[in-house]
Design a protein around this ligand. Structure first.
Ligand code: GRF
Length: 201
């Protein structure tokens, strides 16, 4: 039986699209639910258009609401794909080692509270770093802290703008996240990706 995946979003959902494309018919994992803290998240319409059930959290801090929805969907893996809220601690405890997050930088650098969206890419450029990338990690009770499962590196160009860097990193996210989910489906739980798969290009 395919691994049942719940995807949590706050915004446009391009990583959700990458997952839906990668987990088509016959794949060992399937997106069964999209959860959002925002009724206006663009990814919700996208999910509905592709026949995936959606749920807008009435209270994103309510563990009872999360647990009710996740249990009714029989979710085996939770993917945070551009989800900007902290997952309630009882939910992290209930799904320990079965929640992953994609972050648009090479953690542990450029992560933590307030490090999201363009802020991340501006900070990378301001630091003078020569490379950035995407990280997929297990989620624990602290933003961006859990064990790293996989990273994909991209170069920082000499004349980069935050927008250009963001686009390059996003493309890496779109390859890395489905690869981690497929590996989780094969193993039955999230596992570190062999470094051979952490291709930068
Ligand atoms: C991605 O860069 C992701 O790493 C970050 O938020 C962004 C979400 O983009 N956490 P999208 O909604 O998947 O297009």
């Amino acid at each position: 039986m395919p691994l049942r995946v719940a995807v949590c979003i706050s915004g446009r959902g391009s990583n959700l699209t990458a997952l839906l494309d990668a987990l088509d018919t016959g794949a060992p994992a399937r997106v069964v639910l999209v959860l959002s803290d925002r009724p206006d998240a663009g990814g919700l319409a996208l999910a509905r258009g592709r026949g995936v059930a959606t749920h807008v959290l009435a209270d994103y801090a309510s563990a009872a609401e999360w647990l009710g929805v996740l249990e009714s969907a029989s979710a085996g893996l939770i993917v945070l794909a551009g989800f900007l809220r902290l997952v309630p601690a009882p939910v992290v405890a209930r799904y320990r080692n079965r929640i992953i997050n994609v972050h648009p930088a090479l953690l542990p650098a450029f992560g933590g509270p307030g490090m999201y969206g363009m802020r991340v890419h501006r900070a990378v450029l301001a630091s003078g770093a020569r490379e950035s990338g995407a990280t997929v990690h297990l989620v624990d009770e602290v933003y961006d802290r859990g064990p790293i499962l996989a990273q994909a590196r991209v170069p920082v160009e000499a004349d980069d703008s935050p927008e250009r860097l963001a686009a390059r990193v996003l493309e890496a996210e779109h390859r890395l996240l489905p690869a981690v989910v497929l590996a989780a489906a094969d193993a039955g739980h999230p596992v570190p990706l062999p470094s051979a798969l952490e291709l930068s290009r």
